[in-house]
Write a protein that binds this ligand. Structure first.
Ligand SMILES: [Zn+2]
Length: 163
Protein backbone atom coordinates (compact mmCIF):
# COMPACT_ATOMS: atom_id res chain seq x y z
CA UNK A 1 0.00 0.00 0.00
CA UNK A 2 1.47 3.31 -1.03
CA UNK A 3 2.02 5.86 1.65
CA UNK A 4 1.37 3.27 4.36
CA UNK A 5 -1.57 5.21 5.68
CA UNK A 6 -3.58 3.20 8.20
CA UNK A 7 -7.01 3.22 6.60
CA UNK A 8 -8.50 1.27 9.50
CA UNK A 9 -8.35 4.46 11.58
CA UNK A 10 -10.68 6.24 9.17
CA UNK A 11 -12.78 3.39 7.75
CA UNK A 12 -14.07 0.04 9.00
CA UNK A 13 -11.44 -1.63 6.84
CA UNK A 14 -9.55 -4.66 8.05
CA UNK A 15 -6.86 -6.79 6.47
CA UNK A 16 -7.54 -10.49 6.13
CA UNK A 17 -4.76 -12.33 7.94
CA UNK A 18 -4.50 -15.22 5.47
CA UNK A 19 -4.82 -13.48 2.10
CA UNK A 20 -3.80 -9.94 3.02
CA UNK A 21 -6.94 -8.71 1.26
CA UNK A 22 -8.50 -5.46 2.40
CA UNK A 23 -12.04 -6.01 3.59
CA UNK A 24 -14.74 -3.47 4.40
CA UNK A 25 -16.30 -4.84 7.58
CA UNK A 26 -19.98 -4.08 8.12
CA UNK A 27 -22.31 -5.41 10.80
CA UNK A 28 -26.05 -5.47 10.20
CA UNK A 29 -28.92 -7.26 11.84
CA UNK A 30 -30.49 -9.69 9.40
CA UNK A 31 -33.99 -11.10 9.37
CA UNK A 32 -34.21 -14.82 8.79
CA UNK A 33 -37.14 -16.23 6.94
CA UNK A 34 -37.99 -19.82 7.78
CA UNK A 35 -39.76 -21.91 5.18
CA UNK A 36 -40.90 -25.16 6.74
CA UNK A 37 -42.80 -27.71 4.63
CA UNK A 38 -46.15 -28.36 6.32
CA UNK A 39 -48.16 -29.88 3.46
CA UNK A 40 -48.38 -33.26 5.19
CA UNK A 41 -49.73 -31.55 8.31
CA UNK A 42 -52.54 -29.76 6.46
CA UNK A 43 -55.18 -31.61 8.49
CA UNK A 44 -53.75 -30.15 11.71
CA UNK A 45 -53.99 -26.55 10.45
CA UNK A 46 -57.47 -27.11 9.00
CA UNK A 47 -58.50 -28.55 12.37
CA UNK A 48 -57.15 -25.74 14.51
CA UNK A 49 -58.83 -23.21 12.19
CA UNK A 50 -62.16 -24.94 12.96
CA UNK A 51 -61.46 -25.32 16.69
CA UNK A 52 -60.41 -28.99 16.61
CA UNK A 53 -57.00 -30.32 17.67
CA UNK A 54 -55.57 -33.33 15.89
CA UNK A 55 -52.59 -35.44 16.83
CA UNK A 56 -51.16 -38.36 14.92
CA UNK A 57 -50.94 -41.99 15.85
CA UNK A 58 -48.65 -44.50 14.20
CA UNK A 59 -50.75 -47.44 12.89
CA UNK A 60 -47.71 -49.76 13.14
CA UNK A 61 -46.44 -49.18 16.68
CA UNK A 62 -49.13 -46.99 18.25
CA UNK A 63 -46.85 -44.06 19.15
CA UNK A 64 -48.80 -40.81 19.52
CA UNK A 65 -47.63 -37.33 18.61
CA UNK A 66 -48.85 -33.88 19.44
CA UNK A 67 -48.10 -31.66 17.68
CA UNK A 68 -48.59 -34.19 14.87
CA UNK A 69 -45.66 -35.65 12.93
CA UNK A 70 -45.77 -36.93 9.36
CA UNK A 71 -43.37 -39.75 10.29
CA UNK A 72 -43.05 -41.95 13.33
CA UNK A 73 -39.72 -41.25 15.00
CA UNK A 74 -40.14 -44.44 17.04
CA UNK A 75 -40.44 -47.05 14.26
CA UNK A 76 -39.79 -44.99 11.10
CA UNK A 77 -43.22 -45.59 9.55
CA UNK A 78 -44.57 -42.80 7.35
CA UNK A 79 -48.19 -43.94 7.71
CA UNK A 80 -50.18 -41.80 10.09
CA UNK A 81 -53.65 -41.87 11.53
CA UNK A 82 -55.21 -38.57 12.51
CA UNK A 83 -56.71 -38.58 15.97
CA UNK A 84 -58.83 -35.89 17.58
CA UNK A 85 -57.12 -35.38 20.91
CA UNK A 86 -58.78 -34.98 24.30
CA UNK A 87 -58.97 -31.37 25.49
CA UNK A 88 -58.97 -32.27 29.18
CA UNK A 89 -56.01 -33.54 31.14
CA UNK A 90 -53.65 -33.15 34.07
CA UNK A 91 -50.62 -30.93 34.47
CA UNK A 92 -47.40 -32.94 34.80
CA UNK A 93 -44.85 -30.11 35.09
CA UNK A 94 -44.46 -26.40 34.48
CA UNK A 95 -41.83 -23.67 34.46
CA UNK A 96 -41.90 -19.88 34.43
CA UNK A 97 -39.66 -18.59 31.64
CA UNK A 98 -38.05 -15.28 32.53
CA UNK A 99 -34.85 -15.64 30.51
CA UNK A 100 -36.26 -15.72 27.02
CA UNK A 101 -34.75 -16.58 23.65
CA UNK A 102 -33.99 -13.66 21.35
CA UNK A 103 -37.11 -14.11 19.23
CA UNK A 104 -39.36 -14.05 22.34
CA UNK A 105 -37.99 -10.82 23.84
CA UNK A 106 -41.22 -8.95 23.12
CA UNK A 107 -43.22 -11.25 25.41
CA UNK A 108 -43.77 -10.86 29.14
CA UNK A 109 -42.49 -13.73 31.30
CA UNK A 110 -44.53 -16.78 30.37
CA UNK A 111 -45.28 -20.21 31.73
CA UNK A 112 -44.81 -23.41 29.80
CA UNK A 113 -46.14 -26.75 30.90
CA UNK A 114 -46.50 -30.38 29.97
CA UNK A 115 -49.88 -32.03 30.41
CA UNK A 116 -51.07 -35.57 29.91
CA UNK A 117 -54.45 -35.48 28.27
CA UNK A 118 -57.12 -37.99 29.32
CA UNK A 119 -56.49 -40.06 26.16
CA UNK A 120 -52.73 -40.28 26.82
CA UNK A 121 -51.47 -37.60 24.45
CA UNK A 122 -48.72 -35.49 26.02
CA UNK A 123 -48.87 -31.80 25.21
CA UNK A 124 -46.22 -29.11 25.68
CA UNK A 125 -47.79 -25.66 25.60
CA UNK A 126 -47.93 -22.21 27.15
CA UNK A 127 -50.10 -22.02 30.25
CA UNK A 128 -52.60 -19.19 30.55
CA UNK A 129 -52.43 -18.26 34.23
CA UNK A 130 -51.95 -14.95 36.05
CA UNK A 131 -50.46 -16.52 39.15
CA UNK A 132 -48.04 -19.42 38.63
CA UNK A 133 -48.04 -20.10 42.40
CA UNK A 134 -51.47 -21.64 42.10
CA UNK A 135 -50.27 -24.21 39.57
CA UNK A 136 -49.85 -27.68 41.01
CA UNK A 137 -48.70 -30.95 39.53
CA UNK A 138 -51.70 -33.16 38.82
CA UNK A 139 -54.21 -30.32 38.59
CA UNK A 140 -56.87 -30.45 35.89
CA UNK A 141 -56.16 -28.40 32.78
CA UNK A 142 -57.97 -27.74 29.54
CA UNK A 143 -56.36 -27.34 26.14
CA UNK A 144 -57.82 -24.26 24.50
CA UNK A 145 -57.41 -22.57 21.13
CA UNK A 146 -56.76 -18.86 21.22
CA UNK A 147 -55.29 -16.27 18.86
CA UNK A 148 -51.86 -14.69 19.24
CA UNK A 149 -51.96 -11.08 20.30
CA UNK A 150 -50.85 -8.97 17.34
CA UNK A 151 -50.56 -11.57 14.59
CA UNK A 152 -53.95 -13.21 15.23
CA UNK A 153 -52.47 -16.62 14.39
CA UNK A 154 -54.43 -19.43 16.10
CA UNK A 155 -52.47 -21.38 18.72
CA UNK A 156 -53.23 -23.74 21.61
CA UNK A 157 -52.55 -23.24 25.28
CA UNK A 158 -53.31 -24.91 28.59
CA UNK A 159 -55.65 -23.31 31.13
CA UNK A 160 -56.15 -24.57 34.68
CA UNK A 161 -59.76 -25.58 35.36
CA UNK A 162 -59.44 -26.00 39.13
CA UNK A 163 -57.77 -24.32 42.13
ZN1 LIG B 1 -44.37 -46.13 14.85
Amino acid sequence: MSGGEDLSKLFPIITDEKSGAMLWRDLRAITLQYMIPVGRLKRFYEGIAKGVLYGTQCPKCGARYFPPRPECSHCGSSDVEWVKISREGRLLAHAVVNIKPESYQQYEDYIIGVAEMDDGFKVLAWIKCDNPKRLKRGMRVRLEIDKMRGSGIPFYQLTPTEG
